[in-house]
Ligand binder design. Sequence first.
Ligand SMILES: Cc1cc2nc3c(=O)[nH]c(=O)nc-3n(C[C@H](O)[C@H](O)[C@H](O)COP(=O)(O)OP(=O)(O)OC[C@H]3O[C@@H](n4cnc5c(N)ncnc54)[C@H](O)[C@@H]3O)c2cc1C
Length: 431
Amino acid sequence: MRPVSSWGRLSRDPHRTLALHEPRAVARALREAQPGVAFGMGRSYGDACLNPGGFLWLTRGLDHLVAFDRQSGVLTCEPGMLLRDIQRLAIADGWLLPVTPGTQLITVGGAIANDVHGKNHHRVGSFGDHVRRLWLARTDGEIIECGPDLAADWFAATVGGIGLTGLIVRAELQLRRVPGPWLRTQTIPYGTLDEFFTLADASEESWEHTVSWIDCLARGGRGLFMRGNHADVEGARAPSGRARRIPLVPPVSLVNGLSLRPFNEMYFRLNSRQSGPRITHYEPFFYPLDNLHDWNRMYGPRGFYQYQSVVPRPVGRDAVAAMLAEIGRSGEGSFLAVLKTFGERHSVGMLGFPCPGVTLALDFPNKGASTLALLDRLDAIVGEAGGRLYLAKDTRMPRALFEAGYPRWQEFNAYRDPGISSGMSRRLLGA
Ligand SMILES: Cc1cc2nc3c(=O)[nH]c(=O)nc-3n(C[C@H](O)[C@H](O)[C@H](O)COP(=O)(O)OP(=O)(O)OC[C@H]3O[C@@H](n4cnc5c(N)ncnc54)[C@H](O)[C@@H]3O)c2cc1C
């Protein structure tokens, strides 16, 4: 038994960990180490990748590239391969993954099991839209091969299925052509939520990647809108890639009422001054925090909550405004606040998060009861708006909000593997 945390560092419960390295040994491991659940890079913030008191099947060792067709961009790999390694391999031949989240330090298995989204959801949907085949190992030894056109019900259960339908042991992905590693990008300051929506609407047609940072403590909803398109650029200098690390866990959160307001102010002013067009390498544009290792330590020993919702577009402006007003009143909140519009596409997954609407993601240092009370108030706004919370970020949502937000949860239950259980499955699905 050893203590394991996920990215939010809210708990350190003991787990029995089993490192998987050899695909042929997987069937026996799954049969003998139950109940368990897959653990990739643990970049989920809550309990989707945790199983307190039970087994974690560590998949990072299953990281072989099986095949890569440089003509068609079809790549087959084991589930522990990192998105970063796929990107760095494929870019040399003019390919990238069509969808990546705000970090590339995650595994292919984790990307599928949460059906992760990126800054281009309005154009290309989410990760599962680009998976051609999956091989799923069940704890009874069966291997299920599935895809959008083969055993499509198993595919829909497994994409976004938070690891509960079996262990993904192999995946075949379709990469997308890019002219090179560069993007033409723009940063545009905005002063109100209405300006944000105007910018988002105006950008979706002609910009592939859009996202915004929002100052969650400023009245009105000011922020910085970022957009980018892949570009054919020669002679630009690649970033050094030098990484830094938060060396230790400070005794208290560095993100607090004293630091946050001036920090947001400074960030907004600095970036507003430097706004305008640029040429940017894909790594700093898509994954701005990946070179600051262990940044989650800055929230101190009590960890932090991440709260990500999506609410339908027609009520999106008012719901986001109501959430920001609650946060402003509470004085809690964080620097890492992201607002983005999704396109008109639903996740292929029964429990997939992405759907048409507007999504707001925020970090909150864990201050105990006052933070939980604030999150309850945000739940009420999301529930009223007919929205849902992202399972990859969650550790506390009430079951009623889950069931309302994910109406296919009962259908999903039929595909669960009885040898798999997680903290999240026990909390939200009862087993
Ligand atoms: C800085 C940061 C930025 C992020 N930005 C985004 C973003 O923009 N968009 C977004 O969608 N998400 C984002 N995320 C969340 C992250 O992409 C997801 O939580 C992702 O699933 C983490 O992958 P992982 O390899 O760490 O998996 P883990 O967190 O270890 O596991 C996630 C889930 O996948 C399951 N799983 C893992 N491997 C397998 C397998 N082989 N077979 C079956 N199930 C498996 C686990 O059981 C668990 O349920 C971000 C996270 C961080 C830390």
